[in-house]
Design a protein around this ligand. Structure first.
Ligand code: PLP
Length: 470
């Protein structure tokens, strides 16, 4: 019997003997009824302790690969040849600490939705997490209720009342795994009741994917310079949900004016529909007072969705839902069947982070940081393109939209840009009805250095101008 033993492998010797014999049996090298060497003999052959072989044989007996015969000895069980048995010999690469995939340093990526990852207050968060772990009584490590930890819901409610005018109590809040799970919970529940849903066009294709997967029928309504065109809301449709980003339209960046907000609420009331208010990044508002939530106008018809992916970082996977009271237990049941509840230690850390005032301080600091980045980007765009460029959606968030009079961002130009080292997202890629946004690009600047922003705009200018001269 051929067994390869590697003393520098991270697998134990027992594991190696067990896996080696198992693979020999499943691939037919060791046929049914073959007698195996005695444990003493095999130990001698492989120069390893007999206990190792005993342990490996024991596991193979327990799983039914081996059987003892009436007389004496150990035999291979009948009928164990498995066609195309995957040997799994490939050793996975050692992971780099904390790194999912190494960012491609040769390309400047204007992708949206990523805040400055180096701004995340790691030390503070680590200290609070340690304090929580050390002070937590053992019973807190049991299962919790699906809505999440009361302490976090309590802190979040008072924060949202204060900063976003949201009308809520901890009872109507569910802590979710990012906004993505919040959208999933809502759509899973409503798709069975009425699958018709209205969305803004363009919108985040993350949301389109969720709605499609849930089997909803998507009805796009055009976004103009002021946001969702409420005059175009279909009168011949009775949707269950209307998805909107009123404080900072994604991707175009407009703020929905109060007249349209009222029109949308009237529409929802008439149709018995719910508005899903996706408030993904409006904490970072650079001009004027913070925009109040739509939810504050009609908490019975608006489902408010928030996330910490932009305020803190996406890796936290922390978001929340505020629901009209009669929906809370229904959506909680969906959350329960999906993952029982979100991780408790992170929730308690975030709760302490808010309670001790670190969230407010972080937002103040981050807002200044992003405002400076946004101004630098706008300056770079104006310097290169002058009056050929208009800037949209720059009053909030961590991305803006640049619209050009003479540049068409077709696949040819986008791939040329990528070859020259600049990757660009476009509103056109997020649009359901194609062809309306060919002159616009999105620029996510949250996680870019000043140098990368300036270099990116330089590449954009050189590549686009070369194309125009052709
Ligand atoms: C429009 C919109 N809403 C919400 C989110 C946040 O998703 P999550 O909280 O799951 O990270 C994103 C992410 O980029 C987004 O683009």
């Amino acid at each position: 019997m051929y067994l390869q033993i590697n003393r520098s492998s991270d697998k134990t010797l027992t594991q190696q003997v067990y896996e080696g014999i198992k693979a020999n049996i499943l691939t037919g090298i060791l046929k049914a009824h073959t007698k195996l060497p005695s444990t003493r003999q095999l130990a001698k052959e492989l120069h390893i302790s007999r206990n190792v072989i005993l342990e490996a044989y024991e596991s193979l007996f327990a799983e039914g690969y081996l059987e003892a015969s009436k007389g004496s000895g150990t035999y291979v069980t009948e009928g164990l040849l498995l066609e195309n048995y995957a040997l799994g010999t490939e050793t996975p690469k050692e992971p780099l600490l904390g790194l999912l995939h190494e960012p491609n340093k040769s390309i400047i990526d204007f992708r949206t939705g990523v805040p400055s990852l180096s701004l995340f207050p790691k030390e503070k968060w680590g200290r609070l997490y340690k304090e929580i772990c050390e002070s937590l009584p053992a019973f807190s490590l049991d299962y919790h209720e699906p809505r999440g930890c009361y302490a976090l819901r309590y802190e979040l409610c008072s924060y949202l009342r204060r900063t976003r005018g949201v009308t809520c109590s901890p009872h109507e809040m569910i802590i979710t795994t990012g906004a993505a799970q919040a959208f999933n919970l809502i759509t899973q529940y409503f798709t069975k009741i009425n699958p018709d849903v209205i969305v803004e066009d363009p919108l985040s294709h993350g949301i389109t994917d969720i709605l499609e997967q849930a089997g909803m029928s998507i009805h796009p309504v055009l976004v103009d310079a002021m946001g969702l065109s409420t005059a175009l809301l279909p009168s011949n449709l009775t949707p269950s949900l209307v998805f909107t980003t009123p404080s900072h339209q994604f991707p175009l960046g407009s703020v929905l004016p109060i007249s349209r907000r009222i029109e949308l609420i009237r529409y929802a009331r008439n149709k018995g529909a719910y508005i899903v208010e996706d408030d993904y990044d409006s904490e970072f508002r650079f001009e004027g007072a913070p925009i109040q939530s739509m939810q504050s106008l009609d908490p019975d018809h608006v489902i408010y969705v928030g996330t910490f992916s932009k305020i803190l970082c996406p890796a936290l996977r922390m978001g929340y839902l505020i629901l009209p009271r009669h929906l809370t237990s229904k959506i909680s049941s969906v959350k329960y069947t999906e993952d029982i509840h979100s991780p408790v230690l992170e929730q308690l850390t975030l709760s302490k982070f808010i309670k001790e005032g670190h969230l407010d301080a972080h937002i103040r600091k981050a807002k200044k940081y992003y405002h400076a980045k946004s101004k630098l980007l706008i300056h770079a765009l104006r310097q290169k393109f002058g009056t050929e460029v208009s800037i949209l959606g720059h009053s909030a968030g961590i991305h803006l939209v640049a619209s050009f009079t003479d540049i068409t961002f077709d696949t040819d130009l986008l791939s040329r840009l990528e070859k020259n080292g600049l990757r660009l997202p476009t509103p056109e890629a997020h649009a359901m009805v194609k062809g309306r946004h060919m002159h616009e690009i999105m620029i996510g600047y949250g996680n870019l250095t000043d140098e990368a922003i300036i270099e990116g705009i330089h590449i954009l200018y050189e590549t686009a101008k070369k194309q125009q001269k052709k």
